[in-house]
Ligand binder design. Sequence first.
Ligand code: C2O
Ligand code: CU
Length: 463
Amino acid sequence: RTLLKSAAVAGAYGAGVAVLPRLSQALAAPSPAEIEAHVIEAVLDGKTSTRNVMSYGLAGAPSSDPSPPVLRMQRGKPFAARLTNRLDEPTTIHWHGLRIPNAQDGVPFVTQPYVYTGDTFDYAFTPPDAGTYWYHPHCNTLTQMGRGLTGMLVVEDDRDPVFDGEVALNLRDFRLGSDSQFIAQFKPRDAAKTGTFGTVRTANWQPEPVYDVPAGGLVRLRILASDVTRIYNLRLDGADAMIIAIDGHPVPVRVALDMAVVSPGQRLDLALRVPDSEGAMVSLEDIRPSTPKVVAQFRAVGASLKRNLGDLGPLSENAGVEADLANATPIPLLLSATAENAAKDSICGTLGYSFWAINKVPYPGDTADPTAPIAELKLGQSYILNVENVTPHAHPIHLHGMNFKAISSSKQAVQQQVSDTYLVLPDEKVQLALVADNPGDWVFHCHIIEHQKTGMTGYFRVT
Ligand code: C2O
Ligand code: CU
């Protein structure tokens, strides 16, 4: 597994290749990290400055790059962060995919109070799994996330193989008008379907950025779909790559990347073998039929390092999902559309409509008076979530605080993949196995934020 270590030291870095152009602000977090949620102006469409962009800033980080900092922490080492809210509305931070104590989970009225304007909130936890995760608010999320408040989070493990370079890509759209300013975040009739798409598509808040990577090297691409709506069909043109992790967790079997579906909330880690010839370009493309698009590009720089994808050692392992299937309790979860076309009480960013339901209950979430949990789970017991999607739309369904593993599906081949988000296809029935190993109230929702905010959300109580 350390095969690449010595070669990398003598190779790319020694040759002075600028391997991590955009990661220069991925500062090692001081203790505690000082994270500020604030409003900035930034050029998102490559043309004109957009006002009222919401962003996270790390105290001490350079401000020339408007995209939020990549937070880095070590597996098994305590991490602490102080959130300061400089928005003019309440916010919180949710650490998507991290299995941490409930009180750190960042869901207002479920796990913590609002963090009001000018206030601070201290988060502290020890990440148990390595991999690619992210952080975002759980409060008025269509506006806050839609305007950019999302950041990538990397949990490092020094047993991971050393790559010749790494690029973290936060993929998202912004809804801008022709004057480059924000337009309405959603249209109700789209919220009742696929969700409302952005107008300007970016990676790390730039349209089609280009990254220099070492020729012939192995580069780790950490990709996050933080968009509130878009499902990506990602493919690489001009190079070979291998899928090495999904949703933070190493894949059970590595396969060459053909096309990978990455839905809102999900992550994809690729090992990219950069072409040998200096100047060669590699494109990361979204080939979703209606809207094909180059997302980002990579340019080979320097003399070839002549690496081999097959030589890449395994990633450090994360905990599995060891559910006791013979004794697991089934929980039916029906995802449906609802005719109940009325706003549900919510004081944190209700969209004013109910279009979706879990087990026939449309639940807007984040309310001061949440309804009952979807189900009560016993600590340590195994469960099978029998998710049935009877809508004509796909739903990336996400569970907080615990991982699951898909064990059967009526529509797709399931891998033994540990995950926190599963894209449930139209008319799909899927069984997700989990062990209720983390006590607390854990939110379960569609990560198409308009679906979440118009009913497709709820929570499990583990005691
Ligand atoms: Cu990305 Cu409720 O979370
Ligand atoms: Cu959905």
